[in-house]
Design a protein around this ligand. Structure first.
Ligand code: PRP
Ligand code: ZN
Length: 285
């Protein structure tokens, strides 16, 4: 049985989290700085370290079977690959930005302007959709310096924290597309590779679910339990255990990470005490 070949970014915004995800899926890969290729000791997978820009093409051509990269690159390269799963990290957006002192009237601002970008396809379709006649200057890196050196009037580039734009005196004015890391796959994997991929996706989903949820424990008087159960739907329904102190119980459940602050206030109001919120390592639904 041949290994599944996965391409991940060699260095950049996605590389650390991509390695981390594989580790959290129980896949141990060695960490050599200049290694281009490594295999995992305990899972039938081979890891290729590549430039994210090249990953869509390599997956289309089966140099790699699958890859981890940003949707931004997948959409821009438009290769014949399939998106299998959104991974919930490396959130960013492709945005248009202009010198911060310029006033912005709307998309029409870009008529007859020159815009530097590494994403010519996505930018062209944005301009076409908005009937804008602008000139696109394709450059492969350091896009943010283009206005400062007189190469372009504006840029269209990836924004994550926004600090690159800020240090270069630029202001984000339009979001062209939003992005996060995804797993892409070649569309014609043989059966044995498909099986490895579904094992990997099963683990990825367990890790993702675990990150999106927290385990919550709390104490409450018995009479508060119905109200508390309304607030905490949990995976099925909360677990309730009696406490030594009469009339009190301990309740265990699962809450969504992004809802839990709001839930915790409701719980306190309903009578909950001693609330503990604990990370979950893996969660299989
Ligand atoms: C993007 C973009 C900026 C930086 C923005 O690069 O080109 O350099 O991220 O991030 P910030 O808003 O947090 O400052 P990316 O990592 O996508 O570049 P790559 O082309 O080298 O892969
Ligand atoms: Zn890149």
């Amino acid at each position: 049985m041949s290994n599944l070949k996965i391409a991940i970014q060699k260095s950049g915004r996605l590389s650390e989290n991509s390695r981390k995800l594989l580790e959290e899926c129980g896949i141990k890969i060695s960490n050599g700085a200049n290694v281009l290729k490594t295999s995992a000791g305990n899972f039938p997978i081979e890891v290729l370290f590549l430039r994210d820009d090249d990953i869509p093409q390599y997956v289309e051509q089966k140099v790699a079977d699958i890859g981890i990269l940003g949707e931004n690159m997948v959409f821009e390269k438009n290769k014949d690959v399939e998106i299998m799963e959104q991974l919930g990290f490396a959130h960013c957006r492709l945005s248009l930005a202009i010198p911060k002192e310029e006033s912005f009237s709307g998309p029409g601002y870009f008529n007859n302007k020159k815009v530097a970008t590494s994403y010519p396809r996505l930018l062209r379709s944005y301009f076409d959709a908005n009937n804008i006649e602008a000139q696109i200057e394709e450059i492969s890196g350091s896009v943010e310096i283009a206005p400062g050196i007189g190469l372009a009037d504006a840029v269209c580039d990836i924004v994550s924290s926004g600090s690159t734009l800020m240090t270069n005196g630029l202001r984000e004015v339009v979001t062209v597309v939003k992005s996060q890391a995804v797993i892409i796959s070649n569309k014609n994997l043989d059966k044995s590779k498909q099986e490895i991929l579904s094992k990997l996706l099963f683990r990825v989903r367990a890790v993702k679910n675990a990150k999106e949820n927290k385990y919550i424990l709390l104490n409450a008087p018995e009479e508060a339990i119905p109200a508390i159960c309304e607030i905490l739907p949990g995976m099925k329904s909360p677990t309730i255990l009696p406490l030594v102190e009469k009339g009190w119980c301990s309740l265990h459940s699962v809450v969504k990470e992004d809802e839990f602050w709001e839930r915790i206030n409701q719980l306190k109001k309903a009578g909950a005490e001693g609330i503990l919120v604990i990370p979950i390592e893996k969660m299989i639904l």
